[in-house]
Design a protein around this ligand. Sequence first.
Ligand SMILES: C[S@@+](CC[C@H](N)C(=O)[O-])C[C@H]1O[C@@H](n2cnc3c(N)ncnc32)[C@H](O)[C@@H]1O
Length: 148
Amino acid sequence: MLDPRRHGRERDAYVGRWEPTTQAIAREELGSDPRLRLVLEDGGAFLSKTSDEFDLIYADAWPGKYSDLGRALSLVKRGGIYLVDDMLPQPNWPDDHAPKAAALIDTLSALQEFQVTPLEWSTGLMICVRADRVRSTGSIALVIDSQS
Ligand SMILES: C[S@@+](CC[C@H](N)C(=O)[O-])C[C@H]1O[C@@H](n2cnc3c(N)ncnc32)[C@H](O)[C@@H]1O
């Protein structure tokens, strides 16, 4: 979760992988960047205890997506983005997953504090931008920042 306004500071980006082998690759490739903090723990546990807020949350595991969704959304800064993919049917989905994905699409689509743009592209994305006031122009969201 990268905040370009905070270049040079520590802990500007978090990458959570609950898997030591793949995280070791990320550490090898990106570990020298002082903005990066790699976390290896259950995503739900991380979400419950972090006091940070984020410009971008890409929820690509169960926690923060199919569980702990409200907590993840609450950590998105105003103007920030909550992003999920794999929202279109995938061949590896278990039989009971389609209704869960449909329910998540409904929940995200109904969010009042976010401008939500579904994309029928690739595996199916939902881009949710947090804003005080949002004017929608078709599929392009124009975010109005009340502080600027
Ligand atoms: C769909 S993959 C994400 C892949 C990754 N975003 C990428 O593009 O390489 C889901 C990842 O979530 C991790 N994971 C599974 N359960 C988790 C949990 N409870 N907390 C944190 N990560 C978890 C898995 O180890 C796996 O790496």
